[in-house]
Design a protein. Structure first.
Length: 744
């Protein structure tokens, strides 16, 4: 290294004054370099808490002030902060401080300049630093510079003539590998190193005296320790030894003796990464960075232990620490926060008579430590038309920090069914979260129309402070669907058990649930085995909900008006004599008036049309004859608009298992039949159930016949083309579903 002879000290007062005038505004009145030296007890003269920019970190402090750094633009801004809060901006983009002094070091590409912030003088400049590949760490000990290489440590200082004196630290064993250093005060620092001999590696800490550049004390350690997990004071040395995956212990040695006290630390995978500091006769340790971490641990809050008894733990009243720096008066400056006072700068001062340290606030950044809501676009209130929102809802929230677990719970008031939506950050690491509800409740159940409440809950991922909650409500509306009994926008299939219990199953849920999850059955009621025929008719009574009719053993037809919540109103008598019909189907608008109609084939093969009226008092008009010859079929099913015309259609299965399509003309009659295909005798039931897959075209649902396809449900998606109206069969669910009884 080339020796450098410095010129006379240069003053920075003018440059700092210009910077102050341009950037400081009201935050500083005069540069610190213009004031006279303050005494070492200047911290006691502070009268009140002052303000610092958000994100400020306090670096090591001297007698008159401390170096501070805060985010600005894409980088950092540095200021010298006097203990009364006066701030002096520093030109340049990189500074660090020298422990226990009023010296700061400005970094250039190949230079380090030491500046006295009391006088403003540049007291030393080091240039021609060794190439970055030959050293890993620079430490600043007063006006001296410590360079740490792979196998050596050097101390650089200025002689009386301003030349650079470069000395290699003596007392380190040959072949030692340097693992890390930490500086405490201007007079000494710690070096951790390892030595390998005969395939055995040992670890040690060395105390280096800056004035002589020599090792004055050595302490054996059980393992390597992190760069922050060791500390030195005038009386003690302390370090952390990792002894297992989640095991570590704290070691404390009184300087000048071989006595080492070792104390097991709480189990944690990060217990070897704590930062150690000493104030008075106490050791303070904490894991730095808890505020921004995901997950909480036993070392996130600063802990104080007596140096004489490290097992006696006292948790200090700080929520977290972003940095803990020593001050010249023996106290510690903590850039961190508390639950009640928020983020800022706090001082940990030695307690009296062996008591735990005291904590006081020095400065505030105005930022809360607890998670807080900054902006929000919550779910809508009032009435929400799901048809207008595409069946989805979104909400966004911006918080004070990104490490939060955000969820949105939406609950249907009438049924108690709910959805829990995870809030995600569109850009990782940002505090903005978005929750997109896909319109499904738990177990993949499509959301009902009706009243909803919602709760947004944001839990601090670091465990600091309470969760943030917001609540609200809205009413969801959906367009009515011909086979949607519970108002959730998805068609349902009705099933009657052998005991006469009628239940509904949501086809939207059946399509989505995994094979190992049960479907949701909504019980409508018992006593339905009194009927020998049940037929879904669509909305024939003029309400928004679909209805059904049921014929009893005496041939009386009863009409049940749907309520839209999965239940039906008390039955209404339509009339007697309906046992003349052996086939009954409904739900297609074959007259083109916008109302679904009822079709019945008598035992002589004549098909009759009962037009829907839309009146609850008399839901069907007098019958009209469609035509004869329908006795050739053993199954009829009104399908809605299956062939792509405007009216509702009809399919009929003959005794050979061939399925035929009858396109409705819209005047109560049908076009000549079109052959769909054979093999349909494999099914017990074939029903039109509206649009199952949401593509805007009506579909068919078929129940497998016993001993052929099994009692499972199959979906035939509609194409909207009358020549080929159906696609290939698909199972209605990933699960195998047993339907031993009728479906409607």
């Amino acid at each position: 290294m080339r020796h450098h002879r410095s010129t006379a000290p240069r003053l920075l007062g003018a440059a700092l004054a210009v910077t102050l005038a341009v950037t400081a505004g009201a935050t500083a009145t005069a540069p610190a370099v213009a004031a006279g030296p303050e005494t070492a007890n200047a911290t006691s003269e502070q009268q009140e808490v002052f303000s610092l920019p958000p994100g400020t970190l306090a670096l090591p402090a001297g007698p008159t002030g401390f170096l501070a750094r805060h985010p600005e633009g894409s980088g950092y801004a540095y200021t010298w902060v006097r203990h009364d809060g006066t701030r002096t901006p520093l030109p340049g983009s990189a500074y660090t401080a020298s422990f226990g002094t009023d010296l700061v070091v400005r970094s250039g590409d190949t230079t380090r300049t030491v500046i006295d912030m009391v006088s403003g003088a540049e007291v030393a400049t080091y240039d021609d630093l060794p190439p970055a590949g030959t050293y890993r760490t620079l430490r600043y000990q007063g006006a001296s510079l410590v360079v740490v290489g792979l196998q050596d440590v050097r101390v650089l200082h200025k002689d009386a003539q301003g030349g650079t004196v470069d000395r290699t630290v003596t007392g380190l064993p040959g072949g030692a590998q340097m693992l890390g250093t930490i500086a405490v005060g201007p007079d000494a620092f710690l070096v951790q190193y390892s030595v390998t001999s005969n395939a055995v590696t040992t670890f040690s800490l060395a105390v280096v005296d800056v004035a002589t550049a020599s090792v004055v004390e050595t302490y054996a350690t059980a393992s390597s320790t992190g760069g922050l997990s060791m500390i030195l004071s005038a009386t003690h040395v302390a370090w952390v030894e990792k002894t297992g995956y989640r095991q570590a212990r704290l070691a404390v040695a009184r300087r000048g003796t071989s006595e080492v006290t070792r104390t097991e630390l709480p189990e944690d995978e990060n217990n070897h990464q704590v930062s150690l500091r000493i104030t008075g006769d106490r050791l303070v340790y904490v894991r730095i960075g808890a505020a921004t971490r995901w997950g909480a641990g036993p070392f996130d809050r600063p802990v104080s232990v007596p140096l004489s008894n490290p097992a006696e733990r006292t948790v200090l009243p700080l929520a977290h620490a972003a940095l803990v720096s020593p001050a010249a008066d023996g106290s510690l400056l903590v850039s961190g926060g508390t639950i009640d006072r928020g983020e800022g700068l706090y001082r940990i001062s030695p307690g009296t008579d062996g008591a735990a340290p005291t904590v006081s606030q020095v400065a505030t950044t105005g930022v809360p430590t607890v998670l807080s809501l900054v902006e929000e676009t919550p779910p809508p209130n009032g009435t929400v038309d799901f048809g207008q929102t595409g069946g989805k809802l979104s909400a966004t929230w911006k918080f004070s920090r990104p490490n939060a677990r955000v969820s949105l719970k939406l609950t249907h008031t009438a049924t108690g069914r709910s959805a829990l939506v995870k809030g995600v950050a569109p850009n990782f690491g940002t505090p903005e979260f978005r929750a997109d509800w896909d319109g499904l409740l738990a177990a993949e159940y499509p959301a009902h129309a009706g009243a909803y409440t919602w709760t947004m809950r944001a839990e601090p991922a670091n465990g600091i402070g309470p969760a943030v909650e917001r609540t609200g409500s809205f009413t969801l509306t959906r367009a009515p669907r011909p086979h949607d009994y519970d108002g959730n926008g998805s068609p349902d299939v009705l099933n009657r058990s052998g005991g006469g219990v009628l239940s509904s199953y949501d086809l939207g849920q059946l399509r989505r649930i995994p094979y190992d999850e049960p479907e949701t059955a909504t019980r409508i009621g018992g006593g339905w085995n009194a009927y020998d025929r049940i037929t879904a008719t669509g909305n024939t009574g003029g309400t928004a909900a679909p209805d059904l009719v049921a014929r009893d053993g005496a041939g009386v037809l009863w009409w049940y008006a749907g309520k839209g919540d999965g239940t039906f109103a008390t039955r209404t008598r339509v009339g007697g004599g309906w046992n003349t019909y052996d086939k009954l189907t409904g739900g297609s608008d074959v007259t083109g008036d916008g109302r679904p109609d009822l079709l019945a084939a008598d035992r002589t093969g004549v098909l009759w049309l009962y037009p829907g009226t839309g009146s609850a008092g008399s839901p069907f008009a007098a019958r009209k004859r469609v035509g004869g010859g329908w006795g050739a079929y053993n199954l009829l099913s009104a399908t809605g608009d299956l062939g792509g015309a405007t009216a509702g259609d009809l399919v009929a299965r003959d005794r050979d298992g061939v399925l035929w399509l009858y396109l409705a003309k819209g005047d109560g009659t049908f076009a000549p039949r079109t052959r769909i295909g054979g093999g349909w005798n494999r099914y017990d039931e074939i029903i039109g159930v509206d649009d199952i897959d949401g593509d805007g075209r009506d579909d068919l649902l078929a129940k497998g016949a016993v001993y052929q396809t099994g009692e499972d449900l199959y979906v035939y998606r509609g194409t909207g083309q009358w020549r080929t109206p159906l696609q290939r069969a698909e199972q209605a669910s990933e699960r195998y579903l047993e339907w031993p009884h009728d479906i409607y």
